[in-house]
Every structure is written in structure tokens, then in C-alpha cells.
Write a protein that binds this ligand. Structure first.
Ligand SMILES: CC(C)(COP(=O)(O)OP(=O)(O)OC[C@H]1O[C@@H](n2cnc3c(N)ncnc32)[C@H](O)[C@@H]1OP(=O)(O)O)[C@@H](O)C(=O)NCCC(=O)NCCS
Length: 156
């Protein structure tokens, strides 16, 4: 059966589904590293954040399969005032529902966000990858990313 897939900009009505995918992403990350367990109220905070940013400040895109949202990504332009580049694109989240993985939707979501960055004059894109998440590591390398900084952490 051929299933129709499309990538489009997110709208306010998509927020509940995006939030449920966001929760899945947080749960995945927390399984890989408990430090990433979301705090109480994180979901409400994220929902309100998305609502407030639906004015074009973020690039937010969803992947649909047969009319149903099965993935999303969002990113923002981050100021880097001390660098010659001045700013960069930052991929905040990208998640595809497990039953829709391996179909190229993750790549298409990223490519749509990359186009949004490009249209906004951005020429470098950063993403933070959970070290303990091998799928994420492999995916971003396939998207052409290479390491340039490492985030270190200690408990005090
Ligand atoms: C990582 C994730 C977004 C990939 O989505 P997807 O739709 O399955 O990816 P695609 O089908 O577009 O694959 C794109 C490429 O990445 C590779 N890839 C994807 N998942 C992979 C995995 N688990 N292991 C190795 N390579 C993988 C594919 O082989 C493909 O390579 P190709 O284009 O050379 O064939 C998805 O598995 C996911 O949502 N995971 C949980 C959340 C997460 O870790 N998100 C990323 C951090 S923000």
C-alpha cells in the first residue's frame, strides 16, 4: 500500500500532537541518560513555549503520513555575537514516531528545517546529540554533521 507522506509547517492545532511526540523524545533521552529526565511541569512549559513561538520565531515542521502527524522538528536562530558568523541555526528537536521510522521522514524534516535556516540567511547549523543515543548519533552524521564541541558535565 502506498502511503502519502508530506512535510509542512506546523500550525497551532498541531501543538497537542507535537507535545506528545516531544514527551516520547524526552522519555527516549531519559532512558539513555537519567539526567535528561524532564522535570515536573516541563510538558506544560513546552506547550506554552510553542504557542508563544508560533509567530515565525521558530522553524517548526511536521511530517504527516496519510494525514496523521508522525514526526516533528523545530529549530531557532541563535545569536553568536562574538563569532564572525554572528548567528547560527540550532536544531532543538527532531523526532519520528517509532512506527514511521526508516522511511526517510527524519531526513525530510531536517531538510525542510535546513531550508528554513538557509532562507533566513543562516549558514551553519548546530545540534546537541545525546552521547548515549546511538540512533541519534548515526542519524546526524548521515545528515552531514561532525563534532566540533563536546559538552562535559559533573555532579557537585
Ligand atoms: C533519529 C530519528 C529522528 C531518525 O528518523 P527516521 O525517519 O527513522 O530517519 P530516516 O529514515 O530519515 O533516516 C535518515 C538516515 O539516517 C539513518 N538512520 C536513521 N536511524 C538510524 C539508526 N537507528 N541507526 C543508524 N542509522 C540510522 C538512516 O539509515 C538514513 O540513512 P540513509 O539516508 O543513508 O539511508 C528517529 O529514529 C527518532 O525520532 N529517534 C528518537 C528521537 C531522537 O533520537 N531524535 C534525534 C535527536 S533530537
Amino acid at each position: 500500500m502506498i502511503r502519502e507522506t508530506i512535510i509542512r509547517s506546523a500550525v497551532v492545532d498541531d501543538i497537542p500532537t507535537i507535545v506528545s511526540l516531544w514527551r516520547m523524545l524526552q522519555e527516549t533521552n531519559a532512558l539513555h541518560d537519567p539526567y535528561l529526565t524532564p522535570g515536573d511541569g516541563a510538558e506544560d512549559w513546552f506547550r506554552e513555549y510553542l504557542k508563544a513561538q508560533m509567530n515565525g520565531a521558530l522553524g517548526i515542521f511536521v511530517a504527516l503520513r496519510d494525514g496523521e502527524i508522525v514526526g516533528y522538528t523545530f529549530g531557532q536562530i541563535v545569536q553568536r555575537p562574538t563569532l564572525a558568523a554572528g548567528e547560527c541555526g540550532y536544531v532543538a528537536d527532531l523526532c519520528v514516531r517509532p512506527d514511521a521510522r526508516g522511511l526517510g521522514l527524519g531526513r525530510r524534516l531536517y531538510e525542510r528545517l535546513r531550508l528554513w535556516f538557509h532562507e533566513n540567511g543562516v549558514h551553519s547549523i548546530e545540534v546537541q546529540v545525546v552521547r548515549a543515543n546511538p540512533a541519534s548519533q548515526a542519524f546526524w552524521r548521515k545528515m552531514g554533521f561532525g563534532e566540533f564541541l563536546k559538552t562535559l558535565r559533573t555532579e557537585i
